[in-house]
Structures are given as C-alpha cells and as structure tokens.
Design a protein around this ligand. Structure first.
Ligand SMILES: [Zn+2]
Length: 473
C-alpha cells in the first residue's frame, strides 16, 4: 500500500487549523464545524466511558470462561442477548450453527531423565489423548519450526518432539506471526514424522510458569497426536537439559476428548440506520474463549469496546447506515462463528467490516483498506487528538470478519491496539479482569465511536482499495 499524508504534520497541528488548512480544504466537505464540535464532544464523553468496562466485567464475572460449543458458551449467549437488549439495541438474536467440540482433560508433564523435573503444560486445541496412563518417550529437540518441518517421515517414531522459538515483545503483535507456526502447525509436522507426541514452547512473551493454550491444525488424515505447550521457564529448563548432551526423557498425561458436533451461535444486534439503501457496517468481537481463564482480554474486552461505541453512536441520534454487531460464538477453536456469519450473509451488501480482538490496551494506529481518500483523511484527522497515528499498512479486519470480507468485499478499517503485553496474557490463566486498564479501554471506545460516527453517517460510497468496486459493496 502506498503511504498517505505525512503523519508528523497531522500530529503537530491543532485540529481546527487542519480543517481550515489547504492540506484538506475541499477534501473533507463533511467536516463542517458543527459536526466537528459534535465529534469532539462525543470523543470527550467516550474518554470516560464505563459501558465497555461494565460489559467486560459482567461477562467475565457472571459467565466466566466460555469454550465454544459448550454449555458455558450457551450461557454466554443468553447473557449477551439479555445485555444487548437491555442496552437498547434492535434485532438482537442468535444465529446458531454446528461445530466440532474438543474439551480439555488431565494435564501433566514430567521430565524423567536425566534429572526429574515437573513442568507446567496445557493441551493444544484438537490435541489427541495419551490415555489415562500417559506415555513416556525420548525428547527430540528442534530449535525452530524449519527444522521440524524438514524432519523425514519415520524419523521421530516413538519420540516426543520439542520445538522452541524466539518470540519477542512487539507493539504490533508481529511476534505472533513469527512464532505462531510452532503451535498452529508444529504438531502436524511432528505427527507426519512419526512422533508419538509433541511439546512446544508456549507462544507467549511472559516469564511466568503459565503455559499458553491455543488451537492447532492437523492435515486431513494425519493422526491427532498428543500436543501440549509448556511454560516459557519450563521450555528454558528443557533446553538446558538437552544441552547437557544426555538423552532427555519425558512423561506426558494429556486426556482431552472430542465431543462431536455441538451447537454454538453468533449473537447479532443492530443499530438500525435511517437509509435502507445504504449498506450496513459490521463490527465484530468474539464471545467464546479458551477455558483457562475468564478471558477479559481475549475477547470480552473487544465485545465491550465495539458495543459501547455503537451505543454511543446510537444514543447521539439515528445514523444513516445500520451498524451490525457480531459477537461471534466460536473463534478460538477454528473461527466457526465467522465462517457461519460469512456463509449466512454472503449475499448481503456490507460497506465496511471492523473487529476488536487484541485486548484492551490503547489504540495507537489506524490502517485502511478503503478507496475514498477524503474519507480516510477525515477519519485520520478525527483520530489524531486521541494520539492515534495514521499507518500505511493494509487493513485486514480480524478472524471473525474474514469470511464476510472474502464474500462481500467490504472496506476495512483496523484500529490497531498496543500489543506490548498482549502475549504475556494471551490464552493463559492470567487473562483476568484486573489486567483491563479502564482509561486505555475508554480510549478504545473513543476511537471506535469516532470512526463509527463518521462512517455510519457517510452517505457516499464506502468501498475497498485499490479500486472502487462496481457499485457499493
Ligand atoms: Zn481473540
């Protein structure tokens, strides 16, 4: 994507000067001074928002963890319907779908040689079972994924693969893309090479003895071997034991079970727009979570943020476009909710898709996949007072809007959150309410309110880059 207006200039000028400056004169016809005042008022009010915090606190306290397709997620859906109705949204309903459900069992890991050590482990989603008695085997160490991928068929027969990585803290979360494949695909490659099980270094950046769970995917026909993540300090220990140069043996007990096809559901709610000829905007979060924690960051906070912002726009007066909330019912274990939404709504026009699924820390950057340069200018200028810079990356949305983006080709805007501490908490028992900073969460609400207020009242075409679609999508 090309870079747009130089950011430093935007950040240093007062907003009013920018509105009047040649930089955007004529380019931002919708930014009348009255509108700007309203927007400023809305931003200011949103900076002390407590609706997002209340939703997040309610969900993690009154429902707790909520694995997709389980009775816990069903309770979460009921809770969501009640809360969204109470907040005054229209058309609140559940769109059910079927999905395969996997649940955790017993979890134990122990190095048995050369020096006995207990380790903290958690099974990865879709992991196979060791059986109650467990298995024991020799560790084969892979310092990175490339070496595991290269392991020949049969070379790991009867062995337990151990793959590590070097994930670092990054503000934009890019360390996840680098290290993530060890979890997403490591078990598949270990199984193909004949391993009886695999342990991975947790995909995380903390130094607590918290293993990070998460999904893994086996190719069709590949055996689902037992697959677990050990905590980062335990992975350090295991690497040091390997470095001693003697055979390292481990005993594993992981007894997860497949529960077959079960019902999950997406919770939908709307702010009805005044002009039915304008395509709606979909804003998403996911209602489900892993089972190790009440999962305030992932993703109760996202549901709180997008919902609080939509409510603020609704309460300011009926917008022109419909804003549709998608609280996706199943993201963590395979994005079944987003897929179901994409399938059910593929033929409906969607102007814009957005998602909040990266915790509750502040928004620092906005990225676009949006054709209208003037509209991008308007949004970037309006976000600048919140300390949000304009990025030049291509906006992708999130997992739950992936299928509808593919099907309906809407524009996309990403409000990028600070991910510095996200992967300390991600998919661990530490993802609890105390991690949510109310001030940073309110800044998210202010950013979302700002964007939604502009786009939901924009009656010009909203279309993705690089070329305006034929007609509005
Ligand atoms: Zn998430």
């Amino acid at each position: 994507m090309r870079a747009d207006t130089p950011e430093p200039m935007i950040k240093q000028l007062p907003l009013l000067a920018l509105v009047l400056s040649p930089l955007c004169a004529g380019a931002v016809p919708a930014m009348a001074q009255q509108d700007l005042r309203n927007l400023n008022d809305m931003q200011k009010a949103a900076m002390s928002d407590d609706v997002a915090y209340d939703i997040t606190e309610g969900l993690v306290t009154e429902v707790g963890h909520r694995m997709a397709g389980t009775p816990d997620e069903a309770r979460a859906r009921d809770w969501a319907v009640r809360r969204l109705n109470a907040l005054g949204f229209a058309n609140v309903h559940v769109e059910p779908f079927q999905m395969p459900v996997w649940v955790r069992g017993k979890e134990m890991a122990q190095v048995t040689a050369p020096v006995p050590q207990d380790m903290y482990i958690t099974a990865l989603g879709t992991s196979g079972s060791t059986g109650d008695k467990g298995i024991e085997g020799e560790i084969v160490y892979f310092p990175n994924m490339s070496q595991l991928i290269a392991a020949p068929a049969g070379s790991l027969n009867g062995k337990i693969a151990f793959v590590t990585h070097d994930m670092r803290v990054t503000q934009d979360g890019s360390g996840y893309g680098f290290a993530g494949p060890a979890r997403w695909r490591g078990p598949n490659f270990a199984a193909k090479a004949g391993a009886s099980a695999i342990v991975i270094r947790s995909i995380g950046t903390d130094q607590h003895r918290n293993p990070h769970t998460g999904g893994t995917t086996f190719d069709e026909g590949v055996k689902h071997i037992p697959a677990g993540a050990i905590s980062n300090p335990d992975a350090d220990t295991l690497e040091r034991l390997v470095a001693l140069g003697q055979p390292v043996r481990m005993k594993l007990v992981l007894t997860p079970r497949d529960m077959g096809m079960q019902e999950s559901g997406n919770v939908i709610a709307e702010v009805a727009g005044s002009d039915a000829s304008l395509a709606p905007i979909v804003i998403a979060c996911h209602l489900d979570s892993w089972d190790l924690a009440p999962s305030a960051f992932d993703d109760a906070a996202g549901c709180g943020i997008v919902t609080a912002a939509a409510k603020r726009v609704m309460d300011a007066g009926q917008p022109k476009r419909t804003i549709r909330l998608l609280w996706a019912g199943a993201e963590e274990v395979g994005v079944f909710g987003g897929a179901a939404y994409g399938k059910a709504h593929a033929d409906e026009p969607h102007a814009l898709a957005m998602e909040s699924d990266f915790g509750a820390d502040r928004v620092w950057k906005v990225d676009f996949h949006l054709a209208d340069a003037a509209l991008k200018d308007e949004i970037a200028l309006a976000l600048a007072p919140l300390g949000i810079e304009r990025g030049d990356a291509h906006a992708h949305g999130g997992a739950d809007v992936g299928a509808i983006i593919e099907a309906a080709k809407p524009a996309v805007i990403d409000l990028q959150q600070d991910g510095t501490r996200y992967f300390d908490l991600h998919h661990t028992p530490d993802d609890t309410m105390d991690k949510v900073d109310p001030a940073q969460m309110a800044q998210n609400v202010a950013a979302w309110t700002t964007v939604l207020n502009i786009v939901a009242n924009h009656d010009g075409a909203i279309a993705p880059e690089p070329m305006a679609a034929s007609g509005e999508m």
